[in-house]
Design a protein around this ligand. Structure first.
Ligand code: SF4
Length: 329
């Protein structure tokens, strides 16, 4: 195993799981700890944040936009009408627990049940990952093989880049062997939180594949992009990977025009196209991140006024059972 492979796996192993340790590392003012420390409200989805991401948080700032994305808060225990454990209808679109067929011509493979970070607003935080077994690989591949209309496969999770490169290579080879598949999308937050995940082996896999590889990253704030992240993005581009970004509009994290303009500008500097600005999925435990549609509309107006059209992400909401994500304006 080379240095980079070791380094990202060490970062996974050394990730912070205890809110008190994170608060200490960030020098949060002791008198304000009880308000935010609280407890891990969701036992199956406790605090998880790797050190390379913590390094980008501002010390002593309880309102740091990166901290707010990962720190469990008491508000997660609020039960809000309309919020559920299956907010976008994933369960109704299962071919099997590993394979979702939601939209025409593309399918989603949930390759790994875990992530390198627990984002408190995650729409899949209640997904029954315990049913995703490696034994479903053959059945899933047969389904894709038998559906010649499928031209794009999306590796998702959890986070598909939690797989070691050798496992990822087997999946990639299996998809490449299905002639009607033209594109492979990788939906991952790993290059955001642990940029060392972009290993030479991963780059080689992308570069040598017969498939067009598209990586959909997940940056919510410009502060998430530091020199190490920028370097990994450059390497991915050089390997021929198309880079897109999806952002979730989150209260107190990025729900203002300057924050989102800056994000689009920094993405542009790194040749990553802002693709979607998602309205929060109504997942149980995340209602405190919701932004009213009226506010979002004003934000979109501000973005259109200040950015060239290609740097304005599409504001969309995923609605269960619909044939595509719904454009909001
Ligand atoms: S990395 Fe993605 S799938 Fe994992 S917790 Fe965050 S939003 Fe959810």
């Amino acid at each position: 195993m080379n240095d980079k492979a070791l380094s990202w796996q060490h970062s996974l192993r050394d990730a912070i799981r205890d809110p008190a340790i994170l608060a200490q590392q960030l020098h949060l003012p002791p008198d304000s700890w009880p308000a935010i420390l609280a407890k891990n409200c969701t036992p199956h989805f406790g605090l998880l944040v790797p050190q390379p991401y913590v390094a980008r948080m501002q010390r002593g700032n309880l309102a740091d936009p990166l901290l707010l994305q990962v720190f469990p808060q008491q508000a997660e225990a609020q039960m809000q009408a309309g919020f559920s454990t299956n907010p976008v209808g994933d369960l109704e679109k299962q071919i099997n627990p590993m394979l979702l067929h939601k939209y025409a011509h593309r399918v989603l493979l949930l390759l790994h049940p875990r992530c390198a970070v627990h984002c408190r607003y995650c729409f899949r935080q209640h997904y029954p990952y315990q049913n995703v077994k490696s034994g479903l690989m053959a059945e899933s591949l047969t389904y894709i093989q038998q559906h010649s209309e499928i031209n794009e496969v999306i590796f998702s999770g959890g986070d598909p880049l939690m797989l070691a490169d050798e496992r990822l290579a087997s999946w990639l080879a299996a998809i490449e062997a299905i002639g009607h598949v033209k594109r492979l999308r990788l939906h991952s937050r790993l290059p955001v939180v642990i940029p060392a995940r972009v290993t030479p082996q991963l780059l080689q896999l992308c570069q040598q594949s017969r498939l067009q590889i598209i990586m959909v990253l997940h940056f919510n704030h410009a502060n998430e992009i530091d020199a190490a992240v920028a370097d990994s993005l450059r390497q991915l581009r050089q390997a021929g990977v198309w880079l897109l970004n999806q952002t979730v509009l989150l209260h107190k994290v990025n729900d203002d025009v300057p924050a989102l303009v800056r994000l689009s500008e920094v993405l542009a500097e790194n040749q990553v196209l802002p693709y979607y600005l998602h309205a929060l999925d109504a997942v149980q435990g995340a209602s405190h991140f919701a932004v009213a549609d009226g506010t979002a509309q004003q934000i979109m107006h501000g973005l259109r006024s200040q950015l060239p059209g290609y740097l304005v992400p599409k504001w969309v909401r995923e609605m269960a059972g619909m044939a595509y994500k719904q454009p909001l304006i």
